[in-house]
Design a protein around this ligand. Structure first.
Ligand SMILES: Nc1ncnc2c1ncn2[C@@H]1O[C@H](COP(=O)(O)OP(=O)(O)OP(=O)(O)O)[C@@H](O)[C@H]1O
Ligand SMILES: CC(C)(CO)[C@@H](O)C(=O)[O-]
Ligand code: BAL
Length: 278
């Protein structure tokens, strides 16, 4: 694996390839990231991963400063997964001057759910991903379904800007008990880690209620919020939405159930797609 730190080094490493496949990450890599890298290997003639903790997508009170930076271990894991090129720029390389040009996503998609609780988050994500795509110039970019809303926002960005890249979804990788793998799981204490499975279990219960024919979606959402709150969580949202655009669903729409909740100081997100409604 070639490790590149600057845009010219990256471009030189990719010269001659016709179909780079790209995975953007913030590092502290786990098997969810590595599954995306393996997908990239299968989809491209060269696989490229980036590691960059993007200041623009963090609010002032969030964990930008303490986000785990584990470059050495990440390189070993990427190498073992067969990644060909890593782009790991310093902040001065990606943002040599203040990034005053921004990519503003569609508020109908980006100001709800995650965007409501993390204002400006998707502007930060779109801006850095646009810049990464400009640096890497991949033909394929793979984003995880675990960050479902992010996937939809980035797909819309690629489509509306006619970017010459295919956005591909990677399946959510889970621990044995069902907890979605996430870098932030590392913040959990032993007791919190045991409790954390309740997020995916609550999403499962919401999906089961829909599948069993319950039609009062607001009541399902309220029950889920109350159940998590009773166990000591602070949920931001537990929401049943139309899978295509995260708007309130109409009968027959494919659904997705999305949740974000804080357990102690750790904020976790997860979702489950419900392909058809009875
Ligand atoms: N469990 C997972 N399964 C599949 N893809 C994942 C998983 N977790 C993260 N990803 C994807 O990996 C890419 C990089 O995500 P990121 O580096 O933020 O990891 P993360 O584990 O989601 O971190 P955080 O805990 O900070 O949200 C994104 O496309 C994200 O959707
Ligand atoms: C896509 C991304 C790498 C942009 O910083 C980030 O939002 C993430 O890790 O999901
Ligand atoms: N996994 C999405 C990146 C973030 O939470 O900042």
């Amino acid at each position: 694996m070639q490790i590149t730190r600057t845009i010219p080094e990256l471009r030189a490493a990719l010269a001659g390839y016709l179909r780079p496949a790209f995975v953007a990450t913030m590092g502290n890599l786990h098997d969810g990231h590595l599954a995306l890298v393996r997908q990239a290997r299968a989809l491209g003639d060269v696989s490229v991963a980036s590691i960059f903790v993007n200041r623009l997508q963090f609010l002032p009170h969030e964990d930008f400063a303490t986000y785990p930076r584990t470059l050495e271990a990440d390189c070993a894991r990427l190498q073992a997964a067969g990644c060909n090129v890593l782009f790991a720029p310093a902040e001065e390389v990606l943002y040599p001057e203040p990034q005053t040009f921004k990519v503003l996503p569609d508020p109908a998609l980006a100001d709800i759910l995650e965007g409501q609780f993390r204002p400006g988050f998707f502007t930060g994500v779109c801006t850095v991903v646009m810049k990464m795509l400009s640096c890497v110039q991949p033909r394929v970019a793979i984003f995880g379904r675990k960050d479902y809303q992010q996937l939809l926002v980035l797909r819309q960005m690629a489509r509306q800007f006619a970017l010459p890249v295919e956005v591909v979804a990677g399946e959510t990788q889970r621990a044995g008990d069902g907890l979605a793998l996430s870098s932030r799981n590392g913040y959990l204490s032993t007791e919190e880690r045991a409790e954390a499975v309740q997020l995916s279990q609550t999403l499962q219960a919401m999906a089961a209620a829909v599948r069993s024919g319950e039609r009062n979606l607001a009541a399902i959402e309220t029950r889920a919020m109350e159940a998590l709150t009773a166990r000591g969580w602070k949920p931001d949202y537990m929401a049943l939405r139309r899978a295509a655009d995260l708007q309130p669903p109409k009968p027959g729409d494919a659904l997705v159930v999305l949740g974000a909740a804080r357990l102690g100081n750790t904020r976790l997100i997860d979702n489950l797609e419900i392909p058809t409604t009875p």
